[in-house]
Design a protein around this ligand. Structure first.
Ligand code: XMP
Length: 318
C-alpha cells in the first residue's frame, strides 16, 4: 500500500513557510482531524502552537481524556483545557429544536474559544482540520446536506476572529488523514475513531437535554462502542452509536413493572457520509449490545435498531 510519508515530509516545510514566526491557535475537538492538525503543527512550529480544547460536556465517554492524554504524553504542547460543561448545559436548557441546539452550541463554542484565543498574545493564525469534502460542501453551500443541517465546523470562527487560516488537510480525504495519523504514530483509538458531529451528543438526545439524560446516553454509547470494538465491527462500519429517544415505554423487571427510556442503535456503512446504509451486524452482536444496555444502564428498558438508509433518512437523528 501507499503511505502518506511524502505528504508529511512536504507539509511541514510548507507550514513553516506559511506561518513564519507567528503564533497559531488550534481548536482540538477530540476527533482525528484536529488531532492530526495539532501534531503536524507541533512538528512544524513547536511551542508557537496553542491548542484549545473546549469541553462542552457533549462528548462521548472518556473522549476528552483519551485525546488530551495522547497529546500530552507524546507532544510537549501548549494545551488549554476549558471546562465549559455547565455553560453549554445551561444554554441548552429547555431547548428541543435540533437547529436551535446547533446554533446555541455553535455560538457558545465560538464565544468560549474566542475568549481563550484572545488571551494568547500575538496570535495571527487559526489552524483547522478542514478536509477536501468539507471544502467542496461549503463551496457549493446550496448542497442538500448543508441546507438540511447547518454544519458549524466550517465557517463562523475565522470571520469573527480576524485570523488567517491554516488548513493543512484541505486536500485530503478521510482515509488519507487516517494514513497520516498512522504515520505520526497515533494509536488505533484515535486513527479509527468514528466521525462525531460538532454538536455532539446534544443531537443524539432527541428532545430536551439534561445532565441525567446525557449520562444515560454516554453509558449506552460506550457499550455500543466497546461491543463493536470487541467484535471488530467498529473498524468495518462508518459510524455506530446510540440515540436516546424522548419517550418512555413499559417493561418488566422481576415482578415489577418498569416505565423507562428507549435507546435506538444507529450503525451505518458509508464512504463519505453523503449516502449510507444500515450495517448488517450479526444478531448475536446486537443481542449483546441490547442486553448490556438494558442490564447496565439505569433508566433504559428497551433497545431498538434503526434500519433506515440515507437518503431518505440521515445518519444522525437530528
Ligand atoms: P447526516 O446526519 O447529515 O450526517 O447524515 C452526515 C455526517 O455528518 C455528521 N454530522 C455533523 N457533523 N456538525 C458536524 O460537525 C453537525 O452539525 C453534524 N450533523 C451531522 C454525522 O455524524 C455524519 O458523519
Amino acid at each position: 500500500g501507499w503511505s502518506m510519508s511524502s505528504f508529511v515530509d512536504s507539509v511541514i516545510p510548507a507550514l513553516r513557510e506559511q506561518i513564519g514566526d507567528a503564533q497559531v491557535v488550534c481548536g482540538l475537538s477530540g476527533g482525528i482531524d484536529s488531532t492530526v492538525v495539532a501534531a503536524l503543527l507541533h512538528q512544524a512550529i513547536g511551542k508557537r502552537l496553542h491548542c484549545i480544547f473546549v469541553d462542552n460536556g457533549l462528548l462521548r465517554k472518556n473522549e476528552a481524556q483519551e485525546v488530551i492524554g495522547f497529546l500530552r504524553e507524546h507532544f510537549d504542547l501548549n494545551l488549554i483545557h476549558v471546562q465549559a460543561q455547565d455553560l453549554f448545559l445551561n444554554r441548552l436548557q429547555g431547548v428541543s429544536d435540533p437547529e436551535e441546539k446547533r446554533k446555541i452550541i455553535g455560538h457558545t463554542f465560538i464565544e468560549v474559544f474566542d475568549k481563550e484565543a484572545k488571551a494568547i498574545p500575538g496570535v495571527s493564525f487559526l489552524a483547522q482540520g478542514t478536509l477536501y469534502p468539507d471544502v467542496i460542501e461549503s463551496e457549493s453551500f446550496k448542497g442538500p446536506s448543508a441546507v438540511i443541517k447547518s454544519h458549524h465546523n466550517v465557517g463562523g470562527l475565522p470571520e469573527k476572529m480576524n485570523l488567517a487560516l491554516v488548513e493543512p488537510l484541505r486536500e485530503l480525504f478521510k482515509d488519507e488523514v487516517r494514513k497520516v495519523a498512522q504515520q505520526l504514530g497515533m494509536p488505533d483509538s484515535i486513527v479509527w475513531r468514528h466521525p462525531f458531529p460538532g454538536p455532539g451528543l446534544a443531537i443524539r438526545i432527541i428532545g430536551e437535554i439534561t445532565k441525567e439524560r446525557l449520562d444515560v446516553l454516554k453509558e449506552a454509547d460506550a457499550i455500543v462502542t466497546s461491543e463493536l470494538k470487541a467484535t471488530n465491527w467498529y473498524y468495518k462500519v462508518w459510524q455506530g452509536f446510540a440515540v436516546l429517544l424522548p419517550l418512555k415505554t413499559v417493561g418488566v423487571m422481576g415482578d415489577e413493572r418498569t416505565y423507562e427510556s428507549v435507546i435506538a442503535l444507529r450503525i451505518v456503512d458509508s464512504v463519505d457520509a453523503m449516502t449510507a446504509d444500515w450495517s448488517r451486524i450479526p444478531s448475536e452482536v446486537l443481542a449483546r449490545i441490547s442486553n448490556r444496555i438494558i442490564n447496565e444502564v439505569k433508566g433504559v428498558n428497551r433497545v431498538v435498531l434503526d434500519i433506515s438508509s440515507k437518503p431518505p433518512s440521515t445518519i444522525e437523528w437530528e
